[in-house]
Design a protein around this ligand. Structure first.
Ligand code: HEM
Length: 159
């Protein structure tokens, strides 16, 4: 196996792991963890705050990884002149991914703000809306995964 191919496999693997961590993590958080903690209530709610912070860090790491590996793969695939359908699909995918990144930044800054407010006044309640954003990010992530699959099918054979 040529060293360039080893590099390609590593980049694609890192991209996939970052995608699984963010989209898969969001699915678990919204469908299993969040509702279970809400149902159980009590001390688990405090633990959810800790989970929130750690998951936010994981999402930031995933975003940086997706951007860097995505840029490398984009350059690698486009030099094979894959045709207008591929370029258009990749363009839509990147636009949706950037929208996800912006929503995640907004959520992260809300989370940090809420943490500070809670320290100042423990009675501070969640202003709501964050869950809606989280579901939107998950839905966009599902569409981005579908487009990534489509890219593989309509894309050029491996370089
Ligand atoms: C939420 C963000 C993203 C997710 C969930 C995601 C997910 C994926 C997945 C699952 C694949 C298939 C990997 C494989 O074949 O093993 C892929 C491929 C790819 N991604 Fe992403 N990605 C994201 C963001 C990006 C960004 C921001 C870029 C560009 C800067 C990008 C560029 C690419 C390219 C060029 C491919 C290769 C497609 C092909 O097979 O020709 N991705 N992505």
């Amino acid at each position: 196996m040529h060293v360039v191919d080893v590099f390609r496999v590593l980049i694609r693997w890192l991209h996939l792991v970052a995608a699984v961590a963010w989209v898969g993590g969001s699915l678990f958080y919204l469908v299993a963890l969040g509702p279970a903690v809400k149902e159980a209530g009590g001390s688990l709610k405090a633990a959810l705050g800790l989970v929130d912070r750690r998951f936010r860090d994981l999402v930031q790491l995933s975003i940086v990884t997706l951007l860097l590996t995505g840029a490398v793969m984009t350059f690698d695939r486009l030099q094979l002149e894959p045709g207008p359908a591929y370029v258009a699909t990749l363009g839509v995918k990147i636009a949706l991914a950037v929208w996800m990144f912006l929503l995640a930044q907004d959520l992260a800054s809300r989370g940090r703000r809420r943490l500070i407010e809670r320290r100042l006044d423990p009675a501070t309640r969640d202003a709501g809306g964050s869950r809606g954003w989280s579901w939107l990010i998950l839905a966009l992530g599902m569409v981005v995964l579908l487009l990534s699959d489509l890219l593989k099918v309509i894309g050029p054979a491996a370089g």
